[in-house]
Design a protein around this ligand. Structure first.
Ligand code: ADP
Ligand code: MG
Length: 615
């Protein structure tokens, strides 16, 4: 038998490699922009024609290349960025694989012009199909200009595979955005068919974000910073209002490299939990700075995926950084009292707030609603529910021990009067509508509260605190019942048994797939115990398959939902009132743990406008 193996010629090998690195104009753009950044450029100009199919050109004022380097740079595995394998683990540059230029030159007509700062003349090189057609000195300013023409002209299958111009331009803009986002101190410009799409001045991170994502973000960004030995996290996250129905505004950078990571996205979105609707994605631009030894950027040809030494640590840090930023955001809650006319006459209202009082109130607001419960930032930022909490809190004021830093507290009686005035007004008007909604009047409109949803929120909070501190008391059964479940359910049930115990279910494993019920929460009707447990298992298995919640969270949500749905909402006024109080004191009065709306507000202004009246 004759020998059949032969070595592929370089240009074919390069074309094959190009298949991985250069899939479309946007991938070439990414490599070219990153090379310019690596070259230390402070001004980078990208020009495209016909969505990059006709021309992609990057002009930079970076360090340029010598004549020899210019020629070398198109060789496969030609790189100035690493010398040995160890260097790979201390990499701080964007490139290092030394294959981008070789790949591009294999699938396009390329013209390079480059000049180092200290050279008299530059070098011009023309390459097609991996073959140098021309090389000569040229006059030019320091830096590099790389023109990539007719991408895939020699690989028709790939050229035909390209999408519409709109799509390809969008891909290019995405890549441009990612690089420009990571280097705000570099000026970037993007010109499409002679028209500038972006002209980005060097600036700070926030300016760059706003320049790229739009002015609307200016007021919707919250600075995020978390410094640890292991990783430094810095950047901005969007307020809940900046959330969108698509993932468009989510940016993670690790050592300035844009990466895609569903896992880390989850670390962010879970910090927003009930702050945004379930089908919305928070906006964020986060930079993780981590010892290059602890990440491997070389697991993907285009380096958009990386491997962390310890992903779980990163997850935890990111999650906490975001939570922290969200909470800090509520430091200046928009407190604007709007009171009923007959209340606003009281001296406690007419006398102006002193600065000290104001800051004390703010502190207290923070203390009461956030530090304790964790989610106040929502309350005044979300929708226009910003007044009801304060309105309600006035009545609550005296229940709190005077705080140490509140030297000039108002005389007790004023506050009490106020409390009475407000409570009487509200109480006498609270009522149940359509057997479902609680009508809760306030001075500047009214709230409609979904009673079952409110119960769900309250039950959830109760259960959550039961798990963390005070277990719910168990109603012992007089006649313990046994029941069987499927083998997989038995595993699941065993896993959640300790938590269920804290939540009032005393169940014991009773061999193989059998369990015995010794007691259940008091509100479960006798006779329906097994049914309740089966339902819980069912829902834990099927709830929120789209998000990875842990079993405990699923159990909590399921039980809260069940409890709410088996409670009667036909209740006397007193109980309704208490329900509202509890809701307002809950961790997140506006949404249930599953993301359903609890409160809808009708503001007086909105009502007035429907009558064409002026508010
Ligand atoms: P890598 O970036 O992985 O090293 P590339 O194929 O992208 O590989 O580039 C090869 C080499 O060419 C780089 O290592 C760098 O030395 C040089 N180079 C490429 N683009 C530029 C540029 N715009 N300015 C200066 N040097 C460049
Ligand atoms: Mg490169």
């Amino acid at each position: 038998m004759s020998d059949i193996i032969n070595l592929l010629p370089d240009h074919i090998a390069n074309q094959i490699a190009a298949g991985e690195v250069i899939q479309r104009p946007a991938s070439a753009v990414k490599e070219m922009l990153e090379n310019a950044v690596d070259a230390g450029a402070t001004q980078i100009h990208l020009l495209i024609k016909d969505a990059g199919k006709e021309l992609l050109k990057v002009i930079d004022n970076g360090k340029g290349m010598s004549e020899t380097d210019a020629r070398m740079s198109f060789e496969r595995h030609a790189t100035s960025k690493i010398r040995n394998i160890e260097d790979l683990f201390s990499i701080r540059t964007m490139g290092f694989r030394g294959e981008a230029l070789a790949s591009i030159a294999a699938v396009a007509q390329v013209e390079l012009k480059t000049k180092p700062h200290d050279a008299e003349a530059g070098t011009y090189i023309q390459i097609e199909n991996s073959t140098v057609l021309k090389q000569e000195p040229c006059g030019m300013p320091s830096g590099t200009s790389l023109a990539v023409k007719n991408l895939f002209y020699n690989v028709p299958a790939r050229r035909n595979f390209l999408k519409s111009n709109t799509t390809e331009i969008k891909n290019i803009v995405d890549e441009f955005t990612r690089v420009a986002m990571a280097f705000p101190n570099v000026g970037f410009r993007l010109t499409n068919n002679e028209t500038d799409i972006f002209l980005l001045e060097p600036g700070n991170q926030k300016q760059r974000i706003v320049a790229l994502l739009g002015n609307a973000f200016n007021a919707k960004l919250v600075a995020t910073e978390q410094d640890t030995e292991y990783v430094k996290i810095k950047g901005f996250i969007g307020t809940p209002q900046a959330a969108t129905k698509t993932r468009g505004n989510q940016f993670f950078f690790v050592n300035n490299r844009f990466i895609k990571s569903a896992y880390l996205n989850h670390a962010v979105s879970s910090a927003y939990q009930s702050l945004i609707a379930k089908d919305e994605f928070p906006a964020f631009v986060l930079f993780l700075d981590i010892d290059p030894e602890k990440v491997d950027a070389n697991v993907h040809p285009t380096k958009q995926e990386i491997k962390f030494e310890d992903e779980k640590i990163i997850y935890a840090f990111v999650n906490s950084a975001v939570k922290h930023a969200l909470s800090k955001n509520s430091i200046a809650p928009s407190i604007d009292f709007e009171l009923d006319p007959h209340i606003s006459q009281l001296s406690s209202i007419t006398q102006p707030f002193t600065d000290i009082q104001r800051s004390a109130t703010q502190k207290e607001f923070l203390f009461n609603t956030f530090t304790q419960k964790g989610t106040a930032h929502l309350i005044d930022k979300r929708n226009d529910l910003k007044n009801w909490k304060e309105l309600y809190k006035i009545g609550e004021d005296d229940n709190h021990a005077p705080s140490m830093d509140m030297p000039t507290r108002e005389p007790m009686h004023n506050s009490t009067q106020l409390q009475h005035g407000l409570q009487q007004y509200t109480e006498s008007h609270i009522q149940m509508l359509f057997g479902k909604y609680i009508l809760y009047p306030k001075s500047s409109g009214y709230l409609l509260i979904d009673a079952v949803a409110a119960l769900e929120r309250i039950a959830y909070d109760d259960y959550a605190s039961a798990l963390s501190c005070q277990p719910i008391s168990i109603q012992k059964s007089l006649h313990p019942q046994t029941f069987d479940v499927s083998p997989s359910d038995a595993i699941l049930l065993n896993e959640v048994l300790p938590d269920m115990h804290a939540l009032g279910f005393e169940i014991e494993h009773f061999g193989a797939q059998s369990f015995i019920i010794q007691g259940v929460p008091a509100d479960i009707e006798s006779g329906s115990e097994i049914n309740a447990i089966e339902k819980i298992l069912e829902q834990i298995k099927h709830s929120s398959s789209d998000i990875k919640l842990d079993k405990r969270e699923k159990l909590l949500r399921t039980m809260a939902w069940q409890k709410a749905n088996r409670s009667s909402i036909q209740m006397p006024l007193d109980a309704l009132k208490e329900l509202c109080t509890k809701l307002f004191q809950s961790t997140q009065p506006t949404y249930t743990p599953r993301g359903k709306k609890i409160i809808v507000e009708y503001s007086l202004a909105a009502i007035e406008s429907r009558f064409n009246n002026e508010a």
